[in-house]
Design a protein around this ligand. Structure first.
Ligand code: SF4
Length: 354
């Protein structure tokens, strides 16, 4: 099975690496668009909803990107040569009414499209759109039965069965769109990871990616939380791997979170590869700093995304951000940043001695 996840995808974009060397702004390869902040679930660990985590200090749950503005962004994205768009939260992206049309317009404009979702609305027209035009859909979950799902998300009992139905129906389609699951591991579900994988495999899911829940802005506090369950999690993930075959795999991203908190570097090269547009019409550095002041690159409420992206204001911010001071919290792109900075630091005279 070809690899879907890698920290080395940036190596395919030599123009972006060269732009970083000379501090030139080029269009991002990938954009995350958060179309609305309303969500139909209330996960206990949601970084946009709990007060002790970095994300979302400025979030307004009523915000949504107006339809006309969304299509303006879509046209910019296509014109700029952006390669991929992922829809995510903020809120639940599949509740955004114009999404089927947006997905179609992007795909017909040559942009690959994907979504993160809780899967409750993975049905009807929006499921049709992703089945027809999507590259992947990734359902975020954390449960193994109706009761555990209802408890972790503060929703009615029965929704987990409905979710499995939605995934079964989606995976049964004749579609190239890859259906994956992002499973958030915590102290409650850690003894049920194998059970969950059996159900998800039976629902036709292509892969399950395990990640540890983030419970604090402090790496040490996260490690303390996970140190108590790590052995159990490791056993469960190994057991889950016995389910792997040509149609199903288990991906282990449950690693030490601590290293993702402290940064020694003074620039973030990943900003040139991926950016985030929020439902509040602000452009943010990344998903770890969305809806925060320190993650704000600027506003596109009164200007187009393309105009903003290539502005001097954005250039100053992109090359001025200092992660060692401004990002002392979880960063999903930490390993990628380290790899890019390592590559850029090679002395060309000595780089030939491979
Ligand atoms: S270092 Fe990480 S958290 Fe900071 S801006 Fe870059 S990607 Fe975001």
């Amino acid at each position: 099975m070809a690899q879907l996840y890698s920290n080395l995808k940036f190596l395919r974009y030599t123009d972006h690496l060269e732009a970083l060397r000379v501090q030139r702004v080029v269009a991002p390869v990938h954009i995350r668009i958060k179309p609305m902040n309303h969500c139909n679930h209330d996960c206990w660990y949601c970084a946009y909803r709990v007060s002790n985590l970095q994300l979302g200090e400025d979030i307004d749950y009523k915000d949504t990107i107006p339809r006309a503005k969304m299509f303006e962004i879509v046209d910019d994205v296509i014109a700029m040569g952006v390669q991929a768009v992922t829809f995510s939260g903020g809120g639940e992206p599949l509740l955004y009414k114009p999404l089927p049309e947006v997905v179609q317009r992007l795909a017909e404009g040559g942009v690959r499209v994907a979504t993160l979702t809780n899967g409750a609305n993975l049905k009807g027209k929006v499921a049709d759109a992703f089945a027809d035009y999507g590259t992947w859909v990734r359902v975020s979950t954390d449960a193994w039965d109706d009761a555990s799902y209802a408890k972790s998300r503060n929703i009615r009992v029965g929704e987990f069965s409905q979710l499995l139905n939605n995934m079964t129906n989606f995976s049964a389609r004749q579609s190239k769109c890859v259906l994956g699951v992002s499973f958030i591991v915590d102290g409650t579900n850690c003894t049920h990871l194998y059970d969950a994988c059996v159900l998800l495999k039976n629902a036709g899911v292509n892969h399950v990616k395990f990640s540890g829940v983030v419970v604090s802005n402090s790496g040490a506090e996260n490690n303390l939380y996970h140190s108590k369950i790590r052995e159990t999690v490791t056993e469960q993930i190994e057991k889950s791997r016995t389910l792997a075959d040509e149609h199903f795999s288990v991906i282990n991203h449950y690693h030490d979170l601590d290293e993702r908190f402290q940064k020694q570097y003074q620039s973030c090269p990943y900003l040139m590869f991926l950016t985030v547009i929020g439902a509040d019409l602000k452009v943010y550095t990344c998903q770890d700093k969305a809806f925060t002041v320190s993650g704000t690159l600027g506003s596109i409420a009164k200007r187009s995304f393309r105009d903003f992206w290539f502005s001097d204001e954005n250039r100053q911010r992109l090359f001025g951000l200092n992660p060692s001071k401004e990002c002392v919290h979880h960063c999903v792109s930490h390993a990628k940043n380290q790899a890019i900075l390592d590559l850029l630091s090679i002395d060309p005279e000595h780089g030939v001695f491979v």
